[in-house]
Design a binder for this molecule. Structure first.
Ligand SMILES: C[S@@+](CC[C@H](N)C(=O)[O-])C[C@H]1O[C@@H](n2cnc3c(N)ncnc32)[C@H](O)[C@@H]1O
Length: 273
């Protein structure tokens, strides 16, 4: 088993924070070793210092991506914090239908992990607009820093156990059973979600237009307060007036600092008044 000195831990942790915002306290030493030791052995590194030097000197970025694939926590599941999806369906989508005059809905799922959240939003939009004129653009953007989870999201394949929390009519309408025994999101729903790699620590967000709703749930829990505050400011800039920000119910944003108005646990709005 590879061990890590305090200095090596601090070096790795400060690199990870600078690059990806993820804040690893000293208590996470065992977690860092657990997630990386196999990679170090495979690559033949005897110490974390050697591994660190390799990561920072690899200008292709491949080593850094391999690192974030190991270090990010990607836990997610269908219907997580269901109240948010109900609020989105019952309040946000009708609001957008009534106010987005060019019919181009802009929804961003930031930190989408393996796709459960983004596909759920796509299914809600599909249900809602099924009986409406078909000129609504209901495609949504879903991003994550980890290529590994994005690959899974793009495949749209889930086990029976993973989809069991979904309403039965969604299971039958939007999934097909594969010969492997897995279930795959149907092509129409898949085509509605555009998956891209994107690091939320980028100093500038490259999106041309602002979003009517941003989901950034269970992402900032891994960041420290100043990183969270800075990200919320950037999300605010990218939110349309009257648009919504969803974070998780267990997170909150500093109401003294942000102009977003609190709506309900984990939901905020860019009030234009
Ligand atoms: C715990 S998952 C949350 C998934 C989903 N939003 C949910 O609530 O179930 C957090 C995701 O945030 C991503 N993430 C962490 N830091 C990031 C960063 N700097 N830029 C983009 N994504 C990041 C991770 O890769 C991970 O997939």
């Amino acid at each position: 088993m590879v061990t890590i000195t305090t200095k090596e831990f601090q070096q790795m942790a400060s690199y990870i924070k600078r690059m990806y915002g993820i804040h690893l306290k000293m208590e996470k030493t065992a977690l860092l070793i657990g997630r990386l030791h196999q990679l170090l052995m495979q690559k033949g590194f005897a110490t974390f210092s050697e591994y660190y030097d390799y990561v920072v000197s690899d200008h292709t970025g491949a080593a850094a991506l391999e690192l974030i694939d190991k270090v990010s926590t990607n836990h997610t599941f269908f219907m997580r914090e269901t109240e948010h999806f109900h609020f989105f369906r019952d309040e946000v989508v009708p609001y957008m239908e009534g106010s987005v005059s060019d019919k181009d809905l802009r929804i961003w799922c930031a930190g989408c992990s393996t796709g459960q959240e983004s596909y759920t939003l796509a299914m809600i939009l599909n249900d809602y607009f099924l009986t409406k004129p078909s000129d609504w653009d209901t495609k949504l953007l879903a991003t994550d820093i980890s290529s590994r989870v994005l690959q899974q999201a793009v495949s749209g394949e889930y086990s029976a156990e993973q989809i069991v929390a979904l309403p039965k009519h969604w299971q039958s309408r939007y999934f097909k059973r594969l010969s492997t025994g897995k279930y795959q999101v149907d092509a129409k729903i898949k085509a509605q979600v555009i998956y891209r790699k994107f690091n939320l620590m980028e100093p500038r967000f490259p999106f041309r237009k602002k979003f009517h709703a941003i989901f950034c749930r269970n992402v900032m829990i891994y960041f420290d307060k100043s990183t969270r505050d800075a990200l919320v400011d950037k999300l605010w800039e990218r939110t349309e007036p009257n648009g919504y920000l969803f974070i998780s119910q267990s997170e909150s944003i500093d109401r003294e600092k942000t102009p977003y108005k609190y709506v309900m646990p984990g939901v905020y709005r860019k009030d234009s008044h």
